[in-house]
Design a binder for this molecule. Structure first.
Ligand code: SF4
Length: 415
């Protein structure tokens, strides 16, 4: 079955039932049916009496993740006698990746490209799944040279391919491609590789690095400094004097929308100042951001969560998930926010273990539940998090409130 969502078609994917949720997933689906055109981003309030949850309007598995899960499980089913490899984590979710590993899938690399399994081990009849983030042309060619079929189980998300197409177009129009992304992230490395095939390309992580690059556009820094500051993040043969006169911006699909917009605006203004507004088109490609629909929906739904009067936020997702970290970043603007990858991180009604993504370290917080009633909690997750995990987090919290109304009672009212 296919459903029309905004201007594109959403497929219903065949993913294992244990990733589907009987609570938050049902609530989300009920909201979706009532608001097919996605006009209402307000959270669903789940009032259990002593505890209330503000459940985000959009959260959890996106098109690309469900597509990748369906293809990966199919690859296992169709090839019981072959070794099935994943180039790296299929998506940034520990539970999904562990389940695939338990079924025999092996990961060739980690997220940052560190090799676990040597390329020499791979044989032509092995199955290699390309993850939702896509891969670099170098890796794709290496696999093809080994005689490995790479298209049959290629799970590259179409929204990532859209970025590659945008970069290609920029290259055809002789623009240099500035990629706003995390330089080590698989998707950014793949986008860089595809962009660099057609055009000079350079990666900026954030506004600070965009401004560093701007210094070269303004001619305030020399090229030796460029090669130090942007080492490993520019295409081969990049000449900062020549290749920063005509630029366009694309981004990793899961960046913070407002940051990408600010970076694009910065380069637009810089080029207008440098060459005159009347010549702007010659120097800046006015492209819209290349964030995917899920990133936009999840971030817009998070802005609505910021309008609530919650006591704190729980954001569920993999600790290396880019899109989840941006949801955390938004929640932190107003609320004490706990980034957890499963309900097991809530050790008791007094202790929670959570991830500080700024410092990349785990933390322990005591007394995380306020004594006032009702306790008001924001609950949401990233695009690589199964809804069942969100259910389990909610049930874990509800377990601390024996007087709370039952889930069944609440569902009967809501869906
Ligand atoms: S977050 Fe967006 S780009 Fe990434 S897999 Fe999901 S839909 Fe695709």
């Amino acid at each position: 079955m296919q459903l029309v969502r905004n201007s594109f078609v959403i497929k219903k994917f065949n993913i294992p039932a244990y990733y589907r949720s009987s609570v938050t997933g049902r609530i989300k689906e009920s909201r979706r049916i009532k608001d097919l055109r996605k006009q209402d981003f307000s959270p669903t309030v789940l009032d259990f009496g002593p505890v209330q949850f503000y459940l985000a309007r959009h959260f959890g598995f996106c098109y690309g993740v469900e597509n990748a899960i369906e293809i990966s499980y199919r690859a296992l089913e169709e090839n019981p006698d072959k070794q099935v490899y994943l180039l790296s984590q299929m998506i940034h979710n520990q539970e999904v990746n562990e389940d695939l590993q338990n079924r025999g899938i092996k990961f060739i690399m980690d997220t940052d490209g560190k090799q676990f399994i040597s390329w020499d081990v791979l044989k032509p009849d092995d199955i290699v799944i390309i993850p939702a983030f896509g891969t670099t042309l170098e890796v794709e060619n290496l696999l093809l040279d080994k005689g490995i079929e790479v298209q049959k189980y290629n799970t590259t998300c179409p929204f990532v391919e859209k970025v590659w197409n945008r970069s290609e177009k920029l290259g055809e129009e002789s623009y240099t491609v500035i990629i706003h992304g995390k330089p080590k992230h698989e998707e950014t490395r793949a986008t860089f590789s595809h962009s660099a095939k057609n055009a000079p390309a350079v990666i900026v992580r954030d506004m600070e690095e965009a401004k560093q690059l701007g210094e070269y556009i303004l001619g305030r820094k020399n090229q030796d400094e460029f090669f130090k500051e942007f080492a490993w993040r520019h295409s081969e043969g990049f000449d900062p004097r020549e290749h920063l006169q005509r630029v366009g911006v694309v981004n990793q699909t899961t960046m913070l929308a407002t940051e990408t917009q600010a970076i694009a605006d910065y380069f637009r203004q810089l080029m207008a100042d440098q060459y005159g507004s009347e010549n702007l088109k010659e120097h800046f490609a006015d492209t819209r951001d290349t964030l995917c629909y899920a990133t936009n929906d999840n971030q817009d739904a998070t802005y609505e969560l910021l309008e609530t009067d919650a006591d704190f936020a729980l954001v569920v997702g993999g600790y290396n998930s880019s899109n989840t970290s941006h949801i955390v970043e938004l929640c932190e603007r107003k609320f004490k926010t706990y980034f957890i990858n499963s309900e097991r991180e809530i050790r008791s009604n007094d202790e929670i273990h959570h991830f500080d993504y700024h410092r990349k370290e785990k933390k322990i917080t005591n007394h995380f539940l306020p004594s006032s009633r009702p306790v008001k909690i924001i609950l949401t997750s990233g695009a690589s998090c199964p809804d069942t995990l969100v259910d389990r987090v909610m049930m874990r919290i509800l377990g601390f409130f024996p007087e709370a109304r039952s889930v069944e009672m609440l569902l009967a009212e809501l869906v």
